[in-house]
Design a protein around this ligand. Structure first.
Ligand code: GLU
Ligand code: ZN
Length: 294
């Protein structure tokens, strides 16, 4: 057999407790990897050190362990990978794809909700100084891909996004750059995550193309939202998960993902629930719409 190995990952940002929305993404990506006898890696996305909450990554990892998640190898921390991101920035700079943006916060807020950057600073030819944000030039091109759950998706980066920031004014690398470098460097073959990142995917594919990286498959899972359509998360005060009855929460997560676990499985032990879930995992059953709870 010459099956290329499946390698997935879970990449939480350690900004708070494990809540149901995070669990759903973890369960989806885990089942996708384990049902294919693939690997599943753990990456802590703490590149934005200004949002770091003391002790949060440890708490998150311990909570995931209580749910029975087992990741391959030891976890990787973005905060320890600055050199890799620097090297990638150097490559992009060499390709003349990077320029400093001196726009004020005010100018950028004036762009409104959509934040489409019109390329003000593209032609200023300013030197690359430390205190400026760095943007990546996008090309006049449609980026499209077929998501395994959400279907066909496309974006014309120039008009729907504009040149985007890859290193922030405060010197921190942007999520878009870090995630692309890490997915490539860790050999990820499929990215499974929440649909809140569906519209980031064309930027990531574009970056992969500029860097000559392979393009992973993508599978975006429906989000948990409240009755106002707001993503449930720490910012909306989503309750931390009760770790005393993980099998019950796991059973509920499976149902939200469209799976049909027998009711009595909820009172079974964790390994039995996982075994059922891996054997019966069916991505065709995953809903394509957001899931309203609460
Ligand atoms: N760190 C991101 C989050 O917690 C997920 C990034 C990704 O899966 O690409 O929302
Ligand atoms: Zn600018």
């Amino acid at each position: 057999m010459n099956n290329p190995i499946y390698r997935g990952r879970f990449a939480p940002s350690p900004t708070g407790n494990l809540h149901f929305g995070t669990l759903l993404a973890a369960v989806g990506s885990y089942l996708q990897a384990r049902s294919r006898h693939g690997q599943w890696l753990m990456r802590i996305e703490d590149v934005d050190t200004t949002r770091r909450v003391e002790g949060a990554s440890d708490a998150l990892l311990r909570a995931l362990e209580k749910f029975g998640f087992e990741w391959d190898g030891s976890e990787v921390y973005q905060s320890a990978r600055t050199e890799l991101y620097e090297a990638t920035l150097a490559t992009l700079t060499e390709k003349e794809l990077i320029y400093p943006c001196t726009c004020s916060r005010r100018q950028l807020t004036d762009l409104g909700e959509a934040q489409i950057y019109p390329g003000h600073c593209r032609h200023h030819h300013l030197p690359l100084k430390e205190e400026h944000a760095l943007r990546l030039k996008v090309s006049d091109q449609i980026i499209s891909f077929d998501d395994c759950v959400m279907g066909h998706y496309q974006q014309h980066l120039a008009s729907e996004c504009g040149d985007f920031v890859i290193r922030r004014r405060d010197g921190l690398f942007a999520y878009q750059l870090a995630v692309v470098v890490d997915d490539a460097e860790q050999g990820i073959t499929e990215v499974v995550r929440g649909t809140d990142l569906l519209d980031s995917t064309p930027r990531q594919i574009y970056l992969q193309q500029q860097l000559g990286y392979p393009q992973p498959d993508y599978l975006h899972l429906p989000l948990l939202v409240d009755e106002h359509g707001q993503k449930l998360g720490k910012s909306t005060g989503a309750a931390a998960l009760d770790l005393k009855h993980p099998a019950v929460s796991l059973h509920a997560a499976l149902k939200l993902l469209g799976q049909q676990p027998p009711e009595e499985l909820a009172s079974d032990n964790l390994p039995t629930v996982w075994q059922w879930a891996i054997e019966h995992w069916d991505i065709a059953a995953i809903p394509r719409h957001n899931l309203v709870i609460g």
